[in-house]
Write a protein that binds this ligand. Structure first.
Ligand code: DP6
Length: 322
């Protein structure tokens, strides 16, 4: 029996992925740019089982037979097709990121699953191929294959849509966990609704493509101020876009908005800090390592805080069997 265990970390986008041009191949409408974190790892073991009738998913100790299990099976079907195998697998995953709260648990989840499944099924994939594979599970997972800062090139085909590393200045993120609750609408459904119903969607696509070019340039040039400004503007544009759906969706809570205000006040006081938020109420503050204490002091008491630095690539931990 072949078994492989892999570990991956979540990533937070500075320029967001929001909207697909192809939902089967999971091709995004625009490229995006992120930092992989060094906290909240997901560890996943994939064990092939010749005798099993179907795949089994055990998530944080509980066997699942619902949506997540189906999504894992659909993903493993891609790996089975690539490897020419028909064998079912047992997938055990331990996720330390607050699930479905907008902290990109699907990113670390599918990045770890891609690495573990590829090894368990005997595929020899480089980082680019792993990023393409992880993308099929969840778009943002393509970036969690990569250490530190990553650009996910939108591409226009399975082959051309992958993430790769980009040089960046020394940065940190302060994660403010506002509420650990299930989000009201999944990001997948919200993206679909955005593409179908928001009149602002075309403007989002064109402005995000411009922001990505500018952010990549700022990254390479080590221009933290410019990168920070682009990050906050892009996040607020994404949330404005999401709020313009019909029926509308709003992920930010009053506490999230208060955090954006406190971050703006920090900037007024001369501290370089910029806020972003994914599909949930949590807010992540981008800052220089030397300003982390100023940020955590400013956010003390409003939310549970965690400090992250650029994290490692998704990696194989152990492998056994053929
Ligand atoms: C707001 O990667 O979870 O975090 O491809 O449908 O699985 P699917 O979507 P997902 O969306 C992430 C959206 C985001 C922005 C980002 O991470 O770029």
């Amino acid at each position: 029996m072949s078994t492989a265990t892999a570990i991956a970390h979540p990533n937070i986008a500075l320029v967001k992925y929001w909207g697909k041009r192809d939902s089967t191949l999971n091709l995004p409408a625009t490229g995006s740019l992120s930092m992989t974190l060094d906290i909240f790892p997901t560890t996943t073991t994939v064990s092939l089982d010749e005798d099993a009738a179907g795949d089994i998913l055990v998530f944080n100790g509980d066997e699942r037979a619902d949506g997540p299990a189906e999504r894992v099976t659909r993903f493993l079907d891609i790996v089975r097709e690539l490897s020419g195998s028909a064998v079912a697998a047992r997938v055990e995953t331990v996720n330390t990121v607050p699930s479905a709260a907008g902290l990109a648990s699907s990113a670390s989840g599918f990045a770890a699953l891609a690495v573990a499944a590829a090894h368990a099924y005997g595929l020899d994939l480089d980082a680019r191929a792993l990023s393409r594979l992880a993308r099929r599970g969840s778009g943002s997972a393509s970036r969690s294959i990569i250490p530190g800062f990553a650009i996910w090139h939108a591409g226009d085909s399975d082959e051309t849509s992958f993430a790769e590393a980009v040089d960046a200045p020394d940065l940190a993120m302060v994660v403010a966990m506002v509420e650990k609750r299930e989000k009201p609408v999944s990001s997948r459904e919200a993206m679909r609704r955005t593409v179908l119903t928001s009149p602002f969607y075309p403007a989002w696509v064109s402005s995000t493509a411009e922001s990505l070019d500018a952010a990549a340039e700022a990254c390479r040039a080590g221009d933290v101020e410019r990168l920070g400004r682009i990050t906050e503007v892009n996040a607020l544009r994404m949330h404005a876009l999401i709020q313009s759906c019909d029926p509308p969706i709003r992920y930010l809570s009053p506490v999230s908005v208060e955090i954006f205000d406190r971050v703006a006040a920090l900037r007024d006081a001369g501290i370089g800090a910029w806020a972003t938020a994914d599909a949930g109420p949590n807010v992540v503050v981008l800052t220089r390592p030397e300003s982390v204490t100023a940020v955590t002091n400013a956010l003390e008491g409003i939310a549970e805080l965690a400090v992250a630095r650029p994290g490692p690539a998704a990696a194989l931990v152990t492998r056994a069997g053929e």
